[in-house]
Ligand binder design. Structure first.
Ligand SMILES: [Fe+2]
Length: 386
């Protein structure tokens, strides 16, 4: 049974409204002023409120204003003494659903009350649907996050497989790609790269030697000096790598690291002989990390050297082979004291090589990044001939 609160200071009128409602199967509660009504409303729920406008202490509009601050659902019908347009406008503005002009017509009262009860049901249904929608949205977001993490893990897993397959060709470079990744990310973080760039650096560093897939194993593992032809073959690996990944949109942003990690700061590197800032920043970082790791691990043509000896090579190559600022970041932050060989081994043994940076959220952010890079760069980012 619908429950109605009737507020009126005049007992006769209040009784008339109450009787009219009860005779039509409504349950009612009475209050002779606004304050009492507010305290009743703190305790009980109602389907509709019928309130007089003119009351001592607290007028109908004052009651409505206070009530709407705590409840926006229960509909209120105001009873006005005269059809004063200003009062009507005021009460409707204050949040009344309807108004009736005295003397009250019972039929009009019943129509208005029933309309208000339906209105309340609609509001409640709306609130319920809104909450369900919020719950659904939250669930959807959780599902998307979960799928996104799975996808990211799968992508990173495929990078590890690619890096391992390169290293399987060259017995001396086991773990090299992962160590170059770790060192590059450390440098990138110290240089304050933003997350998306850091992400591309991490993946690019992991993939930097992917082109070695196209170089014969016998050349990679040769422990005697190379012929000119063999040397040319090795020097082609950055271009081969760039060609391998150029048509795969996910790998596109990593082309810089793959193609230009053997360029030298003085322009005497390969494959293009570009110099200084012409060499993409991420490739300059990978160049330092790559060289440091190569020196500190054994190669077919020589034994490994100490981290201090490797630092000496980096410092000596400042401005000629390497970007001096990047070498400074590596040296001044004493990254050479970090045991990357140990970190890589521990990761490989635990089988838990995880990306250190936040992964690009989705395809669209990747596209935005590629676009902004194209727009902002004086150098063409992806070359047509590649
Ligand atoms: Fe390389």
């Amino acid at each position: 049974m619908a429950k109605i609160l009737v507020i009126d200071d005049e007992p006769e009128l209040r009784e008339f409204v109450v009787m009219s409602l009860e005779l039509n199967n409504f349950d009612t509660v009475e209050a002779d002023n606004g304050k009492k009504a507010l305290s009743i409303l703190e305790e009980e729920d109602f389907d509709c409120i019928v309130s007089d406008v003119e009351m001592p202490h607290m007028t109908g509009p004052e009651f409505l204003k206070s009530f709407r601050e705590i409840n926006k659902v229960i509909p209120v019908i105001m009873l006005t003494g005269v059809k004063d347009l200003n009062t009507v406008v005021d009460v409707m503005k204050a949040g009344a659903q309807d108004y009736l002009v005295k003397p009250i017509n019972v039929d009009e009262l019943l129509i208005s009350v029933r309309k208000c009860i339906e209105f309340k049901k609609l509001i409640e249904q709306n609130i319920r649907l809104q909450k369900e929608n919020e719950r659904y949205q939250q669930h959807l977001e959780e599902m998307v996050d979960k799928r996104s993490v799975q996808l990211k893990d799968a992508l990173f897993g495929s990078l590890i497989i690619i890096a391992s397959s390169i290293e399987a060709k060259d017995e001396y470079t086991k773990g090299h790609s992962n160590r170059v990744r770790l060192i590059s990310v450390d440098i990138g973080k110290l240089m304050g790269l933003e997350n998306k760039q850091l992400q591309i650096l991490e993946y690019g560093a992991m993939m930097h030697d992917v082109g070695k897939i196209g170089v014969r194993d016998a050349i990679l593992n040769k422990n005697r000096s190379l012929t000119e032809e063999e040397f040319d073959s090795i020097m082609s690996h950055p271009s081969i790598g760039a060609n391998i990944v150029k048509n795969i949109s996910f790998f596109n942003p990593m082309i810089d690291c793959i193609k230009y990690h053997h360029e030298k700061y003085n322009g005497k590197g390969y494959p293009e002989g570009i110099r200084g800032d012409q060499i993409p920043l991420l490739a300059r970082i990978v160049a330092v990390a790559d060289t440091y790791d190569a020196i500190t691990t054994t190669r077919p043509y020589r034994k490994e050297k100490t981290s201090i000896e490797a630092v000496e090579v980096l410092i000596e190559g400042k401005g000629s082979q390497f970007d001096p600022d990047i070498v400074d970041v590596f040296v001044n932050n004493r990254l050479y004291e970090k045991n990357y060989i140990h970190i890589d081994k521990a990761e490989a043994e635990s089988g838990n090589i995880k990306p250190s940076t936040i992964i690009l959220d989705d395809e669209s952010s990747l596209k935005i990044f590629q676009k902004s890079k194209k727009d902002n760069s004086a150098e063409p980012y992806l070359h047509d001939e590649m």
